[in-house]
Design a protein around this ligand. Structure first.
Ligand code: HEC
Ligand code: HEC
Length: 636
C-alpha cells in the first residue's frame, strides 16, 4: 500500500498547493516570491488544514463510540502529517508552545521560572494516547481539540506577520535534521501508535520542499545531492513501517549523517549568514557526530572569556589533583573523582571529609560534564564555575573556604607564577578564588569523551560494533524507550536539538537493590518546591557506564544487569513502590533476557577514557616540607 517516494513527493507538492513553478510565477504582484515567503505560505496552508481537521473532529456526532474513534484516528493521522511537515518552523519560532501545548511528552511539566505552576500534558500526544487506546476518553479528547484549535489559530495570526529571516530559517532546517535523529527516532513522540518511520517521511519530504524553494535561486549540485539523499532515505523509511524493527543506527549513520552534511552544504550555497541566537549546536561543524558538534563555551558562565584557556586548564588540572585545596591537605577533587574510574569514586555514596560517614549521594562522572545546563543530581547549580565554589565550602567534601585556599596557594611561588601566566592581561593576575574556580572549570571542560567504539562506528568504521551491540542500540532507542530520556549524543537529559535544558525525571529509584523501599531523597523537589518533582533526578549521561558503578544518585545498583532489570519491570512504580508522578512508563517493557544482554553490550561500547590519562606527575612545591609530601590526587 505504499505510494512510491517520487509519487509521494509530487503528491505532497499538490496537497500543499506548492507546485513550485506555479507558486513562483503566480505569487505576489507578478514578482516572484522569496523562498522565505513560499515557506510562510506552506506553513500557513498547513495550519489552515490542521485547523479544518481539528474542527471536523469536533463536529462528529451521532456515531457509535467505535465509529467515532475510527474517524477521529483518520483525522488525527492527517493533522499529524500536516503538523510534521511544518514542525521545523513551529519548533523554531514557537518553541514554548510546541513543548507545552502542541507536541510535548506525556508528563506534567513545571519550570523554575514559572514558580509552582504545573502544566498538565496537552496536545497531540494526549490525543494519541486516548485515540489509540481500547477505551478512549472523549471528554479528554474534546478538551485537547479545543486547546489545539485555539493554539493553531493563534500561530496562524502570528506567522502571518513575523519577519522570516533567511539565517533563522536555514538554522531551523538544520536543527530539524538533528531533531529527527535525536528525538523523533528515539521515541520522543508516536509512543503509542508507533508511526515513527512514517512521520520521518513527512518531515524529510517537507525539508526537501523548503530547500527546493531555495534551489530555484541556485540550481546547484549540493541541492541535487540533498534531493537524492532524501529520496533514498524516504525509500528506506517506507520499507520499514514497523518502527520497533527499524535499524535506526544504520539509518542514522548512513543516511541522516550524510543528509546533515548535505543540508549544511546547501545552506552554505545560500550565504544565509548566522542569526543572533546563541546555540549550543556549533553551526561551523558539518557533522553532529564530531567532537566539537556542541559548543562548550555555550554552557559556560564566562562565555566570552576565552583568554588563556589552555594555561588555565593546565593550572586547573594541577588544582584538581592537589589536596592542598582541602582543609586538612589530604583530600583533592580527584579523591572522589578518580580518573581511572571515569572520575567517579566507586562507592555507592561518597565518604564525608572525616571519612567516617557517607554523604548522601553518589559521585557522578566528570567526563563530558561541561555540556550541561544543570549540575548535581538535583540541578541546584547552573554552571561549572559556581559548582566548584559550592564543593569547597561544603564541610563534608573539601571543608576549606575560598579565602583560606587563596592564602595557602599564595605561599607557593610556583602557583603564583602559574596563576600570573594563566590570568595575565587582566585586572588581577594574582591568585584569586575566581581564578581557582575558573581554572578548575576550564580543566573539567577538557574532559571530553566522545570517541568510543560506538562513535567510531557511527562515523563510518563499521568494524567497530557487533550485531548484538547494534541490536542493543536499536532497542535502546526504540522498544526499550531509553533514548527518549538519554538523548544523543551525550546520552544524558540535555534536550536536542537546542541542548539548552537538562531534564529531571521521576523513575522511582529504590533505596537499594533489594527493591523494596523507595529512596527518600526528594531530589529536584528540594530546589523547585514543586510536588511533581518529588524524587525527580537529573537524567545523567551514561557514557563510560562500564566504569562508573554503582549506579543512580544513591548508588542503589552495583551492576548494569540490576539497572536493566529495574527498567524492564517499569521502574519504581512497576516494582509496586509508591511513586507519585513517575515519568518513566511503569508497564513492564517485556524485554527478553537476550534483548537485555544486547542493550548491555551496547552500553559497554560507550567507553572512551582518553581524557583520563593526563594525570600530573608532580604538583607545585611549597616552602614547607610537610606540604611537599602531599599525595597527588589526595587520599581517600
Ligand atoms: C567527597 C567526595 C567529593 C569531592 C572531594 C569532590 N566531589 Fe564533586 N561531587 C561529589 C558528589 C557526591 C557529587 C554529586 C552531589 C550531588 O548531586 O548532590 C559531586 C558533583 C560534582 C560535579 C557535578 C557533576 C554533574 O554532572 O552534575 C562536579 C562538576 C564536581 N563534583 C566537581 C568537583 C570538583 C571540581 C571538586 C574539587 C574542588 C570536587 N568535585 C570534589 C563528590 C565529591
Ligand atoms: C523517564 C526517563 C528515563 C528513561 C526512559 C530511562 N532512563 Fe535511565 N535514568 C534516568 C534518570 C532520571 C536516571 C537517574 C536516576 C537516579 O539518579 O536515581 C537514570 C539513570 C540511569 C543509569 C545510571 C547512570 C549512573 O551513572 O548512575 C543508567 C545506566 C541508565 N539510566 C540506563 C537506562 C537504560 C538502559 C534505559 C532503557 C532501558 C533507561 N535508562 C531509560 C532517566 C531515564
Amino acid at each position: 500500500m505504499h505510494t512510491s517516494p517520487l509519487k509521494k513527493i509530487i503528491l505532497t507538492f499538490l496537497v500543499l498547493g506548492a507546485s513550485l513553478p506555479l507558486l513562483v510565477s503566480f505569487s505576489g504582484n507578478g514578482s516572484s516570491a522569496s523562498p522565505e515567503e513560499l515557506c510562510r505560505k506552506l506553513v500557513l496552508t498547513n495550519i489552515e488544514k490542521i485547523i479544518d481537521e481539528l474542527e471536523d473532529a469536533q463536529k462528529l456526532s451521532g456515531l457509535s463510540a467505535k465509529k467515532k474513534q475510527k474517524k477521529l484516528i483518520k483525522l488525527y493521522n492527517k493533522s499529524r502529517k500536516h503538523y510534521k511537515e511544518i514542525e521545523f518552523f513551529i519548533e523554531y519560532y514557537s518553541t514554548f508552545d510546541a513543548k507545552y501545548y502542541i507536541n510535548g511528552p506525556l508528563v506534567p511539566k513545571s519550570e523554575i521560572e514559572f514558580g509552582p505552576t504545573v502544566f498538565e500534558p496537552m496536545g497531540f500526544q494526549v490525543l494519541e494516547e486516548n485515540l489509540f487506546s481500547k477505551a478512549p476518553d472523549f471528554k479528554i479528547i474534546d478538551k485537547q481539540y479545543e486547546i489545539l484549535s485555539d493554539k493553531f489559530a493563534k500561530l496562524r495570526d502570528y506567522y502571518s506577520t513575523i519577519t522570516i529571516d533567511r539565517s533563522n530559517l536555514t538554522e531551523a532546517l538544520r536543527l530539524q535534521v538533528i531533531r529527527v535523529m535525536c528525538l523523533t527516532l528515539n521515541g520522543y513522540d508516536c509512543t503509542v501508535n508507533k508511526e515513527t518511520t512514517k512521520e520521518c517521511v513527512y518531515v524529510l519530504n517537507s525539508l526537501n520542499i523548503v530547500l527546493s524553494y531555495y534551489n530555484l535561486e541556485t540550481n546547484s549540485t549540493p541541492f541535487a545531492e540533498m534531493n537524492s539523499l532524501i529520496k533514498r532515505s524516504i525509500e528506506l523509511l517506507n520499507k520499514n513501517p514497523d518502527s520497533d524493527k527499524f535499524d535506526r543506527l544504520n539509518f542514522t549513520a548512513n543516511y541522516l549523517q550524510p543528509l546533515y552534511l548535505s543540508v549544511c552544504n546547501c545552506v552554505e550555497e545560500l550565504n544565509a549568514g548566522r542569526s543572533q541566537v546563541n546555540y549550543a549546536v556549533n553551526f561551523k561543524q558539518r557533522s553532529i557526530f564530531d567532537i566539537n558538534s556542541l559548543d562548550k563555551q555555550h554552557f559556560s558562565l564566562y562565555r566570552d572569556d576565552t583568554l588563556h584557556q589552555k594555561e588555565q586548564s593546565e593550572l586547573g588540572r594541577l588544582l584538581f589533583f592537589d589536596p592542598v585545596l582541602s582543609g586538612n591537605n589530604k583530600r583533592a577533587c580527584a579523591s572522589c573523582h578518580k580518573p581511572e574510574l571515569a572520575f567517579t569514586d566507586g562507592y555507592d555514596k561518597s565518604f564525608g571529609f572525616e571519612e567516617k560517614t557517607k554523604i548522601t549521594r553518589n559521585a557522578p562522572t566528570l567526563l563530558n560534564a561541561a555540556y550541561q545546563k544543570s549540575y548535581f543530581h538535583d540541578g541546584r547549580i547552573f554552571n561549572l564555575e559556581e559548582q566548584a565554589a559550592r564543593v569547597f565550602n561544603n564541610a563534608f567534601e573539601m571543608n576549606c573556604s575560598g579565602d583560606e585556599i587563596v592564602k595557602k596557594l599564595k605561599q607557593s611561588p610556583e602557583y603564583v607564577t602559574l596563576f600570573r601566566n594563566a590570568f595575565k592581561g587582566r585586572m588581577d593576575s594574582a591568585i584569586t578564588f575566581y581564578g581557582v574556580m575558573k581554572s578548575l572549570a576550564e580543566y573539567i571542560k577538557t574532559l571530553d569523551s566522545k570517541n568510543s567504539k560506538f562513535d567510531k562506528y557511527i562515523k563510518g568504521d563499521h568494524t567497530q560494533l557487533t550485531r548484538n551491540e547494534i541490536n542493543g542500540y536499536n532497542l535502546f532507542a526504540g522498544k526499550a524507550l531509553c533514548g527518549s530520556c538519554h538523548f544523543y549524543p551525550l546520552f544524558n537529559g540535555l534536550v536536542p536539538p537546542m541542548y539548552n535544558d537538562n531534564e529531571f525525571e521521576v523513575i522511582g529509584t529504590p533505596e537499594d537493590s533489594i527493591n523494596k523501599k523507595l529512596d527518600q531523597d526528594a531530589g529536584r523537589e528540594n530546589i523547585t518546591h514543586s510536588s511533581i518533582h518529588r524524587f525527580a533526578f537529573k537524567t545523567p549521561g551514561i557514557r563510560n557506564i562500564a566504569l562508573t558503578a554503582p549506579y543512580m544518585h544513591n548508588g542503589a545498583y552495583r551492576t548494569l544487569d540490576q539497572v536493566l532489570d529495574f527498567y524492564n519491570k517499569g521502574g519504581g512504580a512497576g516494582l509496586k513502590l509508591k511513586v507519585e508522578n513517575q515519568t518513566l512508563p511503569f508497564d513492564s517493557l517485556g524485554l527478553k533476557k537476550s534483548e537485555l544482554n544486547d542493550i548491555k553490550s551496547f552500553l559497554l561500547t560507550l567507553t572512551d577514557t582518553s581524557a583520563t590519562k593526563k594525570v600530573p606527575s608532580k604538583l607545585p612545591r611549597f616552602n614547607n616540607e610537610l606540604l611537599n609530601k602531599r599525595k597527588i590526587g589526595g587520599e581517600y
